[in-house]
Design a protein around this ligand. Structure first.
Ligand code: HEM
Length: 133
């Protein structure tokens, strides 16, 4: 199974359990990135929800040009608002943590590996985009 399929499986399990990880993700994210509280203070829960949905879509996209284009677009538009590269890593990690904690004891080392590898790959692409700004 590909890493993306494994990640999709974890998200499906969370959805089947009726768990919404949005609140847990942002709660953890704001703890590790207090700077983001101010940046996002004008965003209501709907905007924050849409942003997390966009993040999920980005994570789920297979490798290729559309994924590269989406990453390029997000980095370009977000950097104009003061969003830094480290904040993406922190947000991905908070999301990963929330999904992992929602699945509790059922979390496997394969799932952990797939999430870590995908986050590393996303961050390589994001940092490459920051380098061209
Ligand atoms: C892969 C990661 C991310 C994706 C896919 C993403 C996506 C989005 C999307 C789709 C919106 C528009 C929401 C709407 O419909 O109103 C948005 C807004 C916003 N995002 Fe993100 N985001 C990401 C990471 C971040 C990070 C790390 C920050 C750091 C604080 C951030 C800060 C913001 C802010 C401040 C806005 C509001 C911009 C405005 O006022 O127009 N985003 N994001």
């Amino acid at each position: 199974m590909s890493d993306i399929d494994t990640i999709l499986e974890t998200l499906e399990l969370v959805a089947e359990d009726g768990i919404d990880v949005t609140a847990a993700t942002y709660e953890d994210y704001f703890k590790v990135s207090p700077e983001s509280i101010k940046l996002m203070e004008h965003m209501d829960h709907l905007m924050r929800g849409r942003m997390l949905n966009a993040l999920i879509m980005m994570v789920m996209m297979p490798e290729g040009t559309p994924k590269k284009d989406v990453i390029h677009f997000e980095v370009k538009t977000h950097s104009a608002n003061g969003v830094k590269s480290i904040m993406y890593l922190q947000l991905f990690q908070s999301f990963h943590k929330a999904v992992k904690s929602a699945l509790g004891d059922n979390w496997t080392s394969d799932q952990e590996g797939a999430w870590k590898r995908e986050i590393t790959q996303l961050m390589e692409k994001i940092e490459r985009n920051f380098a061209t700004l």
